[in-house]
Design a protein around this ligand. Structure first.
Ligand code: SF4
Length: 407
């Protein structure tokens, strides 16, 4: 690659400071509501190992003008920086050592998608070949990047991701005018195919793909999001979808005609989406279970599994000593770990309410939905009012970071 022009008027440490500020625009959390601030905003989860990756930005100098993003070209910036691959590689390896984490390299689109992708791939190559970094690398793939540069990046990364951003393709035109379905879906397809091909031949290449979706950016309901998520997981064998709360704080230049409403999607919606996502990916629920046509929005007060149970009271109570694993995990309060414990204990004896309490299963939550040896726990009066009183959680205290780390 020749003719690189970098903005060198800023010092290395100034670029780092500005990068920390920009990291909030492209993360796996609702940064506005993460009280842990920048520290949390700079982390993204690699859930296969329950570890976090430290996030670094190659550039904030974007040629695109997405309405919601602080890096957009028509927003005045205090700093427009672009690291050289050498600088960023050095910083990444230092940060990996300090934080004992993997590294997530992302970027705004500097000049054009292929050029930026080449810089990212070059950064990764230096990290691996010159600096001997052997840890986890998650690398962002730019919208519309060419298959050749995607391939080069994948040779050094463990994970690749393209942000799908909106739940309806009509949303690109409204809030991210230079993006479209093709320049997002094509690289996702390319990554999927390259991962398949390389794993078949046992070649070194990234092994997983993720994406990020902004909830509320197209005024869509949660059913639309869950239906899309289900399709994306299936089509691209995604490792994970990260949900972020769409936030539009000020009128953006270039979007005068659209007259976009100022909006800040609440934190609780992200919590519910992450919970619904796990139900569809790990608990055998389908998007129709968690967001049926009659209830297309997730409930602020009740988590999606409890809401599903309330809508399906005719199948409860279930007998803990008889039902299979897949039925047990549909009971509010009984997760994958508790269900395994129950199944294991059943090999030796009949399960009682007392035993379940000793297993630390939250009986307040589940006892309306189960019988042990044909009996409800004493004093349980099954009524919608009673059930709701124990199912309403203190959701505002749930941190998405904690939710993901608990899996
Ligand atoms: S492509 Fe859009 S979202 Fe990404 S950095 Fe550029 S302006 Fe921001």
């Amino acid at each position: 690659m020749t003719g690189l022009i970098f903005k060198n008027e800023y010092s290395y440490s100034e670029k780092i400071q500005q990068m920390q500020n920009d990291a909030i625009y492209d993360i796996g959390f609702d940064s506005d509501t993460q009280n842990a601030g920048l520290k949390a905003a700079n982390k993204i989860l690699c859930t296969n190992k329950r570890m976090t990756s430290h996030k670094l930005f190659l550039s904030n100098n974007c040629v695109f003008n997405c309405a919601y993003c602080g890096c957009r070209c028509q927003k005045e910036k205090d700093y427009a920086y672009t690291f050289t691959p050498k600088e960023l590689a050095k910083l990444a390896v230092e940060q990996a050592k300090i934080h004992k984490q993997g590294i997530f390299i992302s970027s705004a689109i500097y000049k054009n998608a292929d050029y930026t992708q080449e810089l990212i791939s070059k950064t990764l190559k230096i990290m691996r070949n010159d600096l001997g970094y052997k840890g986890f690398i998650h690398a962002k793939v730019m919208p519309g990047a060419d298959p050749i540069v995607i391939h080069e990046t994948g040779l050094y990364a463990n994970r690749l991701s393209v942000n799908i951003e909106v739940a309806k393709s009509s949303g690109y035109e409204k809030i991210a005018k230079q993006k479209n379905k093709n320049n997002i879906i094509n690289p996702m397809t390319e990554i999927y195919e390259q991962i398949q091909e390389h794993s078949k031949n046992n070649n070194i290449f990234a092994t997983s793909q993720t994406t990020q979706l902004m909830a509320g950016s197209t005024n869509e309901d949660d059913r639309t999001i869950m239906r899309l998520s289900t399709a994306l997981y299936k089509k691209f064998n995604l490792k994970r979808i990260y949900y972020t709360a769409f936030t539009y704080k000020e009128q953006a230049k270039g979007y005068e005609e659209e007259q976009l409403p100022i909006i800040r999607v609440p934190h609780w919606r992200m919590v519910r989406l992450y919970q619904a996502d796990r139900l569809t990916q790990l608990y055998g629920f389908c998007f129709n279970d968690v967001t049926p046509e009659s209830n297309p929005f997730l409930n602020e007060d009740i988590d999606p599994k409890a809401a599903w149970a309330l809508r399906n009271m005719d199948i409860f109570p279930i007998e803990v000593n008889k039902v299979d694993f897949n039925t047990l995990i549909r009971v509010p309060g009984i997760g994958l770990v508790y269900a395994k414990k129950i199944i294991e204990a059943r090999r030796y004896c009949k399960i009682t309410h007392n035993m379940m309490r000793r297993m630390k299963i939250p009986m307040d939550k589940c006892s309306y939905f189960i019988t042990c040896n044909g009996k409800f726990e004493k004093d349980r009066k099954v009524s919608e009012e009673n059930i709701k009183s124990v199912l309403v959680p203190k959701h505002t205290q749930i941190s998405i970071y904690d939710l993901l780390m608990q899996e």
